[in-house]
Design a protein around this ligand. Structure first.
Ligand code: PEP
Ligand code: MG
Length: 372
């Protein structure tokens, strides 16, 4: 009814007036970005780019990763560039004037390669008919076998892929930069930020960052439009948290990826939380709720506090947020407030709840708030 709606609106207004945490949303399409904005998101804290490499673009991605020659790879990257530019243009338009943190490609590799079994079956079927299998299939199977990983979630993911596939980071950064320039020329105020995933060592970030800066300078020289996009990193591996002071020297912002940080801190697979032992752990009270749902303060939280302290000691103006699932969990929001983060980022639908909880967390001695 009207009075309920008015009550919620008043509560949100009040929360917005007292909260210190900014609330952003995770979105990777213009539609989601627009929805996030309607829910009051103050920016996009995580724009994942993985889905932009699936569907009809799969063939190009296969060619990019499995290319036999530099020319073949460059051709695939050149074909992907205008598509990526369009992806980013739509999101920057929907969020005009607000920050949009675009994360460089972070695959588990197996999702982007052709299916091993499908290829093997096709080859075997041809042989069974007494025919020569398609040589392209044979070559692909060979390449897929060479790149096979037993644990893709611990494999060629995140910044690792960007460092191993020449031109991939440059293509994505160029697409971002060109979308920014186009938007500025149309009179808009794009605020793109570039985020490097799954960094464990400052050297990885340094190499990726050099590539980012090189391309930004290139596009600036070509267009005459001065570009400055903040470059930052996800903190989602224990080693990144423990070496945050050094990583901060190369990062303008940190964003905690608590999904991967929970996975790697506990050694629990985030894709197998339905596993039998997990519910047994809940039954035995080893944890009261899944650490993938409610932030584990003692382990993951401790790493977050270390990273915040070391990061800010090295770079006092370091901007720090979180963009894992916990960013929209009410109890976890209180922890992030207490830990001194600047923002939480969550799914668009959870933005109002995050705003309310961030407001409650900012009130002194509110029930459920945490001053640890
Ligand atoms: C995370 O790991 O918490 C994160 C936000 O990244 P993704 O879920 O895409 O791995
Ligand atoms: Mg992650």
């Amino acid at each position: 009814s009207d009075s309920v709606v008015a009550g919620v609106a008043r509560a949100l207004q009040h929360a917005d007036s007292v909260r210190r945490l900014e609330v952003r949303a995770n979105a990777d399409t213009p539609e989601d970005a627009a929805r996030a904005r309607r829910f009051g998101a103050q920016g996009i804290g995580l724009c994942r780019t993985e889905h932009m490499f699936l569907g009809e673009r799969r063939k190009l991605v296969e060619r990019m990763i499995l290319a036999r020659t530099d020319a073949e790879r460059d051709q695939a990257l050149n074909a992907l560039l205008p598509l990526q530019r369009q992806d980013f243009a739509g999101i920057l338009e929907a969020m005009d004037g607000l920050p949009v943190t675009i994360r460089l490609l972070d695959p588990p590799l197996h999702e982007f390669l052709p299916d091993h079994t499908e290829l093997a079956v096709r080859i075997a079927a041809a042989e069974a008919r007494g025919e020569q299998p398609d040589p392209h299939d044979v070559e692909l199977l060979d390449a897929v076998n060479r790149m096979h990983e037993e644990n893709p979630m611990l494999g060629l993911r995140g910044v690792r892929l960007g460092l191993v596939v020449p031109g991939l980071v440059a293509m994505q950064v160029r697409a971002i930069a060109e979308a920014v320039v186009a938007r500025m020329r149309a009179g808009g105020s794009p605020e793109a930020e570039i985020m490097v995933p799954l960094v464990g060592a400052v050297e990885e970030l340094r190499l990726a960052r050099e590539e980012v800066e090189r391309v930004l300078a290139e596009v600036t020289a070509e267009t005459g439009v001065p570009l400055h996009c903040p470059v930052g990193t996800m903190i989602e591996l224990p080693r990144a948290a423990l070496t945050a002071g050094r990583i901060a020297e190369e990062a303008e912002f940190f964003s905690f990826g608590t999904n991967d940080l929970t996975q790697t801190t506990w050694g629990f697979s985030r894709d197998d939380v339905e596993a039998a032992f997990f519910s047994a752990y809940l039954d035995k009270g080893i944890f009261a709720t899944s650490p993938f749902e409610t932030l584990d303060r003692d382990g993951v939280g401790r790493l977050i506090r270390i990273a915040v302290d070391e990061g800010r000691a090295a770079r006092p103006d370091l901007k720090i947020g979180v963009c894992g699932e916990h960013g929209g969990d009410p109890e976890s929001v209180h922890f992030f407030h207490a830990a001194g983060l600047d923002y939480v980022s969550c799914s668009p639908f959870r933005v109002p709840v995050a705003r309310l909880e961030a407001g409650r967390a900012a009130l002194p001695a509110t029930e459920g708030s945490d001053s640890r």
